[in-house]
Ligand binder design. Structure first.
Ligand code: NAP
Length: 258
């Protein structure tokens, strides 16, 4: 399917690895020029090289997207983008009683305020052009809380509420905002969480990964490429009537009829 977005420009944050990289790759395949970001320069440069090899223009900006300075540098390179995919690393696992104010604030800053500030920066330009697409990478924890990820459950719920209202305000201008909710995907983040669980239970991370895959209706983890394909579709010209939705990509792990 031609996604109809060849020649458009996208900003994808936290995109050197995992799900962000999957989204950038799928957008590149659709002919979209990219601004990508991550903190580590080496993996970012490697991702940029892979994307350029697909025939699109790529600007890579290294920096922490959860900081004011990081966002300013990225946004300076991304002026006038047609598409925004927000992403950042997820909060650490832990126990509700152990977190202090600084932990809550860091999670809110990274996984709620950062995507909100990025949207505030690019939405006026999209509204001015009468076309735009925003996809926020959030988490299955929005629909079904993951007990050890209380910080993620909290911050992403706040972002989801903001998007629910704001998406209806910008829709009249041809701009859509939707959230993609990953379940278990095979990325570095999943490996880190599996290792934390393995250490607590005295098993190996590979065993934990196999258990998670084995209890999923698909009997496997999702891939960044599958995730990216859905992201690119939401950014396409065909997705203009999809507004304010929270789309769960979890292989059916959330056992619910609706
Ligand atoms: P990942 O494989 O660990 O990749 C994270 C990417 O984000 C890397 O490119 C990383 O590069 C970059 N990054 C992290 N923090 C950043 C920051 N502060 N500023 C700029 N770039 C940053 O993670 P993932 O699995 O793709 O997860 C992406 C998001 O989806 C996370 O918020 C995660 O919590 C959420 N999620 C993932 C899953 C899953 O199963 N994978 C499930 C539910 C939710 P640098 O480290 O070099 O900055």
């Amino acid at each position: 399917m031609d996604l109809g977005i060849r020649g458009k420009r996208a900003l994808v944050t936290a995109a050197s690895k995992g799900l962000g990289r999957g989204c950038a790759m799928a957008l590149a395949e659709a002919g979209v020029d990219l601004v990508i970001n991550a903190r580590g320069g080496e993996a970012l440069a490697a991702a940029a090289a892979d994307l350029r090899a697909m025939g699109v223009q790529v600007t890579a900006v290294a920096g922490d997207i959860t900081t004011e300075a990081g966002r300013a540098a990225v946004l300076a390179a991304a002026e006038g983008v047609d598409i925004l995919v927000t992403n950042a690393g997820g909060p650490p696992p832990g126990l509700w009683s152990q977190w202090a104010r600084a932990d809550f604030q860091a999670a809110i800053e990274a996984n709620m305020l950062t995507p909100i500030f990025l949207m505030q920066a690019v939405l006026p330009g999209m509204i001015g052009k009468g076309w735009g697409r925003v996809v926020n990478i959030t988490s299955q924890s929005v629909k079904s809380p993951v007990p050890v990820l209380g910080l993620s459950n909290m911050a992403r719920a706040g972002l989801t509420g903001f998007v629910g209202g704001t998406s209806r305000q910008v829709a009249p201008h041809g701009v859509t905002i939707n959230n993609l909710l990953p379940g278990n995907h095979a990325t570095d983040r999943a490996t880190m969480l599996n290792s934390a669980e393995a250490a607590k239970r005295g098993v190996t991370a590979a065993q934990v990964a196999a258990e998670h895959a084995g209890t999923n209706p698909t009997r496997r983890a999702g891939t960044p490429a599958e995730f990216g394909a859905m992201c690119a579709f939401l950014c396409s010209t065909h997705a203009g009537f999809i507004v304010g939705q929270n789309i769960l990509l979890d292989g059916g792990a959330g056992n619910a009829t609706l």
